[in-house]
Design a protein around this ligand. Structure first.
Ligand code: ADP
Ligand code: MG
Length: 627
């Protein structure tokens, strides 16, 4: 986990300082790396000029391996040791895998941590999906370092919106193994929307339709004042172009009445199906044909396939995408025509039947002017560029973000007072006034926290600092304004200023870098499920703080002005104090409140006497003119 970055006040990034941050689309089928160069996001090519890296790793010996195109080419000959679509296995156990027998791999269950996770037996040893993904990420990191001839400061890595905590954590682990500093994980559809500059578009609702090789994601984003809000996400983590390949291969084999024997033949047929499918998507006519051609171990499989054949053989898959689309809109309580723009993402959206299905569903043509394979990486690069502290003139506000978790400070009794609520758009500045608790208090410890829970113990500590040199005043007289400022880069500055004396102190904190998306989700989850508990805990703590304050004030009044009281009066007050002290151990807020109220009532007369006495003292020896 990345450590929280706390920088010295005023120490922001100098303009000449170059921090190279990249965006990485770690795809099931292909992975890409992109970066902002001269203000423009672009995908970085390998030495052969190719931007796509097949997400395939082939293990050949204890240390020998091929990554990318070479590995992909070896898939049919060495299927057991050539791991493709490792993303589908990330953060997963064997039980999660749909029909493992249809895959050529030798799965094993990890016995040692991460126990229960699956791994794959290869000639290079047992490999976890995290290790496989790390090979791909390291290859892309190397590519970026070669392009810039410099080290990479950090990366934004994209994940499907559907990824759960375990899958997101596995992605982070892979990045760490690959020596990458993860600036943030972002959802692929959000990255696509950023790449399209939808944050600059007119306000409204946008849909992102992402059909890749192995996953399908639909996101409904709402754009308001340049800020995205995710209204709904839907999808199917086991639906993609691979399924189209399989459906086409099955159809052809059935037509030719060819049984499949070996893993080798299976791989050859799938590759042939993919080639055929990809060539068919260039067709504009249902009657256009492409020859499906595969050389199997004992025979050849050749068949002319028309676009209409292909569409018919895969119609059930296309219908599934539309069903998911409909359900996602229903969840968001939206009708199709409320969506004012649709973005297509993922190589599989090149298929004519998909474009047609999406256009028919929404009654409008989707946006397709960016390359659907690249759009996610491009958006991630723009996001990474900003997170690395770069600003680009007018584009500054392009990437308005929101505070993922509330920010606040610790108040008496271990409670958190929220100052910036969660989902507040940044940049923002919000302030609240506080006062001192004790007479003559000259310093104040400020503890900055992040989280949704009411108790300090349940939130995440971001920073602590002190405000010193407050002139001694009665409790409650000092007025300390605490201001939280979050700039467009997510840098939080907390300042505290005593308004009368002008003394102040401040601290800079980076609030969002240190928390993973999974941690954020976890913290939100626990705040929802514990709201009731929190309310009771807060009531109890507040009751105790009030009681303490009452006891403290009464004691100092007794110390100062006990001569104003009869012995019996004093005894009565002390008895009330004793009762209140014993109730402090109670876990029932109401009991403590009742005792506090009793002490307040019991000291009312004493307080009035003290006031009169104080006024007499102040007036002694003065006439009206000098007052
Ligand atoms: P992922 O995000 O899962 O890595 P991609 O966005 O790279 O996936 O999409 C890969 C899928 O797109 C593969 O199934 C591939 O066959 C498919 N694809 C790529 N180009 C085309 C094309 N021209 N026509 C149809 N499908 C295509
Ligand atoms: Mg993708």
């Amino acid at each position: 986990m990345a450590l929280l970055q706390i920088s010295e006040p005023g120490q922001s990034l100098a303009p000449h300082q170059r921090r190279i941050a990249v965006g990485i689309d770690l795809g099931t089928t292909h992975s890409l790396v992109a970066a902002v160069r001269s203000g423009v996001a672009e995908c970085l090519p390998d030495a052969q000029g190719r931007v796509l890296l097949p997400s395939v790793v082939r293990y050949m010996s204890a240390s020998g391996r091929q990554i990318g195109y070479d590995a992909q080419a070896a898939q049919a000959d060495d299927p057991e040791n050539t791991i493709a679509s490792a993303k589908r296995f990330m953060g997963r156990g064997l039980a999660d895998i749909v029909e493992p027998s249809k895959l050529p791999y030798r799965f094993v269950q990890e016995a040692s941590p991460p126990a229960g996770m699956l791994a794959l037996h290869t000639v290079g040893g047992v490999k976890s999906p995290v290790e496989v993904s790390a090979e791909i990420l390291a290859t892309l990191r190397q590519r970026a370092e070669d392009s810039f001839n410099d080290d990479i400061f950090g990366a934004v890595i994209t994940v499907p919106a559907y990824f759960d905590d375990a899958q997101r954590q596995a992605t982070k682990d892979a990045a760490q193994l690959a020596g990458l500093n993860v600036l943030r994980l972002i959802n692929e559809p959000t990255a696509a929307a950023i790449a399209y500059g939808l944050d600059n578009a007119s306000e409204g609702i946008y849909a992102v339709f992402d059909l890749g090789g192995g996953t399908f994601d639909v996101s409904i984003l709402q754009l308001a004042r340049g800020v995205f809000e995710v209204m709904a996400t839907g999808g199917d983590s086991a639906l993609g172009g691979d399924d189209y390949d399989r459906a086409l291969a099955d159809w052809v084999l059935q037509k030719l009445a060819l049984p499949l024997q070996s893993a080798h033949d299976k791989a050859v047929v799938l590759q042939a199906a993919r080639r055929c499918k990809e060539r068919l998507s260039a067709s504009s006519n249902a009657a256009d044909t492409v020859v499906f051609s595969a050389q199997l171990s004992s025979s050849a499989a050749n068949l002319a396939v028309s676009l209409a054949d292909f569409e018919a053989a895969t119609a059930h898959l296309t219908a599934r995408t539309v069903r998911v689309l409909r359900k996602t809109l229903r969840d968001a309580k939206l009708t199709n025509d409320e969506v004012q723009g649709v973005v297509l993402v993922g190589g599989s959206t090149r298929m004519p039947q998909i474009r047609r299905a999406v256009a028919d569903f929404f009654g409008r043509e989707p946006l397709t002017n960016l390359n659907p394979d690249e759009v996610v990486a491009l958006g991630a690069a723009i996001s990474a560029h900003q997170l690395a502290g770069h600003r680009s003139g007018q584009d500054d506000l392009l990437l308005l973000d929101v505070i993922p978790l509330s920010l606040g400070i610790e108040t008496m009794g271990g409670l958190v007072e929220r100052i910036v609520p969660r989902n507040q758009t940044i940049p923002t500045a919000m302030a609240q006034d506080f006062t001192t608790y004790q007479d003559g208090q000259t310093a104040l410890a400020l503890h900055v926290l992040q989280g949704e829970r009411d108790l300090v113990a349940d939130c995440r500590s971001l920073a602590r600092f002190e405000l010193r040199g407050i002139p001694p005043m009665a409790a409650g007289a000092a007025r300390i304004r605490v201001t939280f400022t979050v700039d467009a880069d997510g840098l939080l500055n907390v300042s505290a200023k005593e308004q009368r004396s002008g003394v102040q102190a401040q601290i800079d904190v980076k609030p969002s870098y240190g928390l993973s998306d999974a941690q954020i989700a976890q913290m939100l989850q626990s705040s929802f499920s514990t709201a009731q508990v929190d309310m009771q805990a807060r009531a109890l703590v507040e009751a105790r703080v009030d009681a303490d304050r009452m006891l403290l004030a009464t004691q100092s009044a007794l110390d100062a002005d006990s001569e104003l009281l009869q012995a019996t009066e004093r005894k009565a007050i002390e008895a009330l104090m004793a009762v209140l002290r014993t109730t402090l151990a109670s876990t029932d807020a109401a009991t403590i409140e009742t005792a506090t109220k009793a002490l307040a009532n019991g000291t009312e007369a004493f307080a009035a006497q003290r006031m009169n006495h104080g006024i007499q003292r102040a007036l002694a020896g003065k006439n009206v003119e000098t007052l």
